[in-house]
Design a protein around this ligand. Structure first.
Ligand code: GAR
Length: 210
């Protein structure tokens, strides 16, 4: 059995992906993994409420609380160390992860993006902006992507991707809802693969074993 995943979830918003992951752990769809900590830059994040309801430790850590990037990143890293975190799940976390954290958790940070990367990613492409861009491009499909986080925005090796067809008259809001539903299946599935040691990162590729 691979090492147990001690997961820190980073979330800025309502936390529906976090909830889906937690449900999958409770249902034992994901074994060998626990969420040991939820970190948010936003003290009002729904994700923090969900964590408290489930007796999961929370930390509100925001750049604004610190005089420098270095102090901010040191606070993040030391909190992760205190909780013995060995895997980080970004679930609607709207801030950039500093390279020093990426180096400390190389190939151990995953993110979910609400489109089919490498299209519709990069700086400024988050939340509803993504769906607006997809509709404006008159794309026939969108989807969700789980990927490893590296030093470039929305760039690291892709773990799993799933397509969502775009219907006639689709709006950014209806598309967002459809993609989010897919995210709630895709993200727990990706985490299960890591927990079972079935997802291995090799350079720019992730190899999945059955
Ligand atoms: C999700 O759609 C996620 O893909 C997106 O924010 C939403 C968070 O929802 N993330 C990004 O855009 C990151 N670039 P949630 O808080 O309900 O999980």
């Amino acid at each position: 059995m691979p090492e147990q995943l001690n997961i820190a979830v980073f979330a800025s918003g309502k936390g529906s992906n976090f909830r889906a992951i937690l449900d999958a752990i409770t249902r034992k769809h994901i074994r060998n993994a626990h969420v040991v900590l939820v970190i948010s830059n936003n003290s009002d994040a729904g994700a923090l409420v969900i964590a408290r309801e489930n007796n999961i430790p929370t930390a509100h850590i925001s750049r604004k609380q610190f005089a420098s990037d270095e102090e901010f990143n040191n606070a993040l890293l030391s909190t992760l160390t205190v909780y013995n975190v060995n895997f980080i799940v970004l679930a609607g976390y709207m801030k950039r992860i500093d390279p020093c954290i990426i180096r400390s958790y190389r190939n151990r940070i995953v993110n979910i993006h609400p489109a089919l990367l490498p299209e519709f990613g990069g700086e400024g492409m988050y939340g509803m902006h993504v769906h607006e861009a997809v509709i404006a491009r008159k794309a026939t499909h969108s989807g969700a992507t789980v990927h490893i986080v590296d030093e470039e925005y929305d760039h690291g090796p892709i773990v799993l991707q799933r397509l969502v067809p775009i219907a006639d008259g689709e709006t950014p809001a209806t598309l967002a809802a459809k993609v989010l539903e897919i995210e709630h299946e895709l993200y727990p599935e990706a985490i299960r693969l890591f927990a079972e040691g079935k997802a291995n990162v090799d350079g720019q590729h992730v190899t999945i074993t059955k």
